[in-house]
Design a protein around this ligand. Sequence first.
Ligand code: FAD
Ligand code: FES
Length: 271
Amino acid sequence: MVPRIARVRRRQRDLKDVVTLTLEMEDGGDLEFTPGQFNMLTVFGVGEVPISISGDPAKPGGGLVHTIRDVGAVSGALARLGPGDAVGVRGPFGVGWPVTEAKGSDVVVLTGGLGLAPLRPAIYSLLANRRQYGKIALLYGARGPGEILFRSELEQWRRLLDIQLYVTVDHADTDWFGSVGVVTTLVPRADFDPEHTLAMVCGPEIMMRFGVSALRDAGVNDQSIYLSMERSMKCAIGLCGHCQLGPVFVCKDGPVFRNDRLAPLTAAKEL
Ligand SMILES: Cc1cc2nc3c(=O)[nH]c(=O)nc-3n(C[C@H](O)[C@H](O)[C@H](O)COP(=O)(O)OP(=O)(O)OC[C@H]3O[C@@H](n4cnc5c(N)ncnc54)[C@H](O)[C@@H]3O)c2cc1C
Ligand code: FES
């Protein structure tokens, strides 16, 4: 439960209300993680919140990259930190994306808004081990062209000839000539074999609900659809019950769940 101390090495503004912090452990240690795991980050004197790891698991120091949207007291304080400032780090915690189980299958990554950040480590892994997967489709939706996260990286990935990358926005502006519409409209455009596909879905809950429907309509079964859940957290180690969803703890049994296990829990009222 005791946080290690890290310092901000780099702060990058991604969007008006989103920054990416690269941290460095004060003791010089590294942090190994699997894609989809999260850390508890503390701003001393303000509080502690769960934030997914958005860096490259294969890169030294890759585990200390976090992308944060300023929505309140702690996330706002994190987003305002600058180089040299101290951050408490506990983690990594949780069960992440099934990048190993997906080997040999087609993979659909369906994501909206900031949901791309927790999926970015999985995308790095898929691309680093490209030969071990079938077709890969990355489907991303943002509210508007100015809210496309990691835009230059998406452009780099789009240049790869062996992945399908589609981006859509809910509302276009005069400079946008791409797709307009919710991200689920991209599912029928992607080429994958639904019977041999594993899907990873992350974004606002309403987007994930419609995303699951679109994947099911395309023929992907619930045992092959994985989603990352967000719940309020305190301990992150399965003790306090803050993140409980029926019989499971999102902090230690998730945040990534298979949809056939998750669907009965989200259909029922929370305890
Ligand atoms: C496993 C996990 C991984 C997460 N990964 C990330 C991440 O990578 N990047 C990131 O920015 N956030 C992430 N979050 C969400 C983040 O933890 C919350 O935004 C944060 O706890 C809010 O705390 P706060 O003190 O800043 O805001 P509070 O003061 O607690 O809340 C302020 C206001 O924001 C609303 N709010 C709280 N959480 C959210 C939210 N998630 N989205 C929209 N509105 C919200 C509240 O309802 C309230 O109205 C993750 C959460 C979980 C459980
Ligand atoms: S946050 Fe305490 S049990 Fe999950």
